[in-house]
Design a protein around this ligand. Structure first.
Ligand SMILES: [Zn+2]
Length: 230
């Protein structure tokens, strides 16, 4: 199939248009800014998020977090993933197996923690001797624009099994929501909007700390102790 043009008249979704823009305008390995993306897609709500969605299709787009050489408004188009302009590719990652690179990226994005309960790999569950094993799960998420999408998230085995067996208790959940502080509610709302839990800065450090070898962990602990004392 021939590649459609990014700004052509075809009826194609924003995510696909952005993919085409990255390939034909930005080019692999090059840096672009948020302003350039907005300029290319004027009036498109959340173009930035549609672009991030490409990562679910194996596209590598680095931010300052992955590449410290980048400025806060810069991103680098490192590598193209699946050809999302081919019919059905943009949304169907349901039947595709998750390759090792994609798996690593998803786990790193989730700070090596279960996206549902926050446990990290090898950590013991509360009141249990069982340790957590993380895996990649597929979750169907309804986006704000009503489009259903299968997202890949890091999930522990217990949550994955639990998610299949448990019945949703909406009433209890709403009660729990009403007891949240304003700050917690704002945070929860941002997760709902994003379709995934965003780990806090401390969470991110915890997840990465857990993946360190023992001597490096000791070093982190020592530094924390000394900082707390001074
Ligand atoms: Zn879990």
């Amino acid at each position: 199939m021939e590649m459609p043009t990014w700004d052509g008249p075809e009826k194609i979704g924003t995510k696909v248009r952005i993919a085409l823009w990255l390939v034909s305008v930005v080019g692999v390995g090059n840096v672009f800014t948020k302003a350039q993306l907005r300029e290319a897609f004027p009036g498109v709500a959340q173009a930035d998020r549609r672009m991030r969605d490409l990562r679910d299709n194996g596209w590598q787009i680095d931010t300052k977090r992955e590449d410290p050489r980048l400025g806060p408004n810069e991103q680098r188009f490192v590598a193209a993933g699946e050809e999302v302009w081919v019919r059905g590719r943009a949304t169907s990652n349901g039947s595709r197996s998750v390759n090792a690179a994609l798996r690593r990226r998803i786990m790193a994005d989730d700070a090596y923690m279960c996206a549902a309960c926050g446990i990290s790999a090898g950590e013991k569950y509360e009141h249990s001797i069982e340790t957590a094993q993380l895996d990649i799960a597929r979750r169907t998420v309804v986006k704000p624009d009503g489009v259903e999408e299968v997202q890949l998230v890091t999930e522990c085995r217990r949550c994955r099994i639990g998610a299949r067996e448990q019945k949703a208790d909406l009433c209890g959940l709403l009660q729990a929501v009403s007891s949240l502080t304003d700050r917690e509610r704002t945070e929860l709302l941002s997760w709902i909007t994003a379709g995934k839990r965003r780990p806090s800065a401390t969470d991110m450090i915890w997840g990465k700390y857990r993946s360190l070898p023992p001597d490096s962990r000791t070093q982190v602990e020592k530094i924390l102790h000394s900082r707390n004392l001074t």
